[in-house]
Design a protein around this ligand. Structure first.
Ligand SMILES: CC(C)(COP(=O)(O)OP(=O)(O)OC[C@H]1O[C@@H](n2cnc3c(N)ncnc32)[C@H](O)[C@@H]1OP(=O)(O)O)[C@@H](O)C(=O)NCCC(=O)NCCS
Length: 173
């Protein structure tokens, strides 16, 4: 399954993507504001493990972002359990060479539309560190609104940050 954006494609992960994935993900500027589970440094072995783990997704929830059929980033939904089972979290990153081109605001919009059309969910949330206003702007451009700020609740690289919570609800039918 593929979703076409302007100058990029959202698609599944292939084993051949590992080298390009490693090259773009292995960057402290990319990892500075994401979860610690995103490896830093990002080795070829990390890339192979990721790509292998995303084969045969059903439904598809983790997309490679490809430009000229080379992977330059990723975007996906993280499903949760219990009362949060219909409220996944969205996460995304892009190789630094591709920042500032409007790719991610459009990618977030496309994945959000896909998710509300194809998946049984009611709401999508995103958690953003206070030091990442660019990501907040990405979400706002994709139609998300700020729901609140959880004060001094996240530790990244031994610094404590506020977390900004963004959300979007499934449009009423
Ligand atoms: C955050 C990220 C996905 C942005 O993707 P992108 O495709 O480069 O986004 P764009 O630059 O096209 O759009 C971002 C918007 O934020 C704006 N912006 C840039 N720096 C900003 C800042 N410091 N404060 C506020 N807005 C800012 C841009 O001007 C643009 O808005 P505009 O189109 O209205 O001018 C990318 O920088 C990235 O991958 N960062 C590392 C990983 C990461 O932080 N992921 C998100 C974790 S929550």
């Amino acid at each position: 399954m593929e979703i076409n954006g302007t100058g990029f494609v959202l698609r599944g992960w292939y084993l051949e993507d590992a080298i390009s994935l490693q090259q773009h993900a292995n960057n402290p500027n990319v990892t500075a504001c994401v979860l610690d589970r995103f490896p830093n440094p990002y080795t070829l072995n990390d890339a192979v493990i990721w790509v292998n783990s995303k084969q045969n997704q059903n439904p598809m929830v983790n997309f490679a972002i490809a430009v000229d059929n080379k992977v330059v980033g990723g975007i996906g939904l993280d499903f949760r359990t219990d009362v949060y089972r219909k409220t996944p979290l969205i996460g995304y990153w892009l190789g630094e060479d591709y920042w500032g081109r409007g790719i991610m605001p459009e990618a977030v919009k496309l994945v959000t539309q896909y998710a509300f059309n194809e998946l049984d969910i009611i709401c999508i949330l995103a958690f953003v560190l206070s030091k990442n206003p660019k990501s907040m702007r990405v979400l706002e451009k994709a139609g998300y609104t700020k729901q609140g700020i959880i004060k001094q609740s996240v530790i990244k690289a031994d610094e404590i940050y506020d977390e900004h919570v963004y959300g979007i609800n499934k449009p009423a039918l």
